[in-house]
Design a protein around this ligand. Structure first.
Ligand code: ZN
Ligand code: ZN
Length: 151
């Protein structure tokens, strides 16, 4: 299975090639990810340097908290990435929504975070994933605490 995946936005103005570290990805149910994606963020983590972007003049960004930014296509509005900007072991890590990969097959959801913020209206099938509450995320990623735990 190749770990190199291509993808792009809805209108095609922004394209990318990413080299995944592995086939794992996670879901984030926090309020900001819900509002940004319309549901939950299903994201695969890739170091910033392992993504090559094309059409960068079409990318708009917004610092959405003290420690992270989000990006989207300014032409079609498709969400492109979440990136940690604050000095920390995770700085520069990019979360790519797996929905913008051309082929998101063969990946495995291994964790769900902010699980206690997930509406009871839906749930992902299957088990064996690592589930973390907001508080458990804050405890693990101490940097979050500086911004009220809101990614
Ligand atoms: Zn677009
Ligand atoms: Zn989130």
């Amino acid at each position: 299975m190749t770990l190199e995946r291509t993808g792009g936005c809805l209108c095609g103005a922004v394209r990318f090639t990413a080299r995944l570290k592995d086939t794992n990805f996670g879901a984030c149910h926090c309020e900001m990810c819900r509002r940004w994606t319309g549901s939950a963020l299903l994201g695969v983590t890739v170091p910033e340097g392992d993504v090559t972007w094309h059409g960068t003049d079409h990318i708009a960004t917004r610092q959405t908290s003290d420690w992270a930014m989000r990006a989207w296509c300014r032409d079609c509005g498709a969400g492109l990435y979440f990136k940690v900007t604050q000095d920390s072991p995770w700085k520069g890590n990019v979360e790519l929504p797996i929905g913008i990969l051309d082929d998101a097959s063969g990946l495995t959801m291994t964790n769900e975070i902010y699980i206690d913020h997930k509406p009871d209206s839906y749930a992902y099938a299957g088990e064996g994933r690592t589930l973390m509450t907001r508080q458990q995320c804050i405890d693990k990623f101490a940097v979050l605490a500086s911004d009220g735990g809101q990614p």
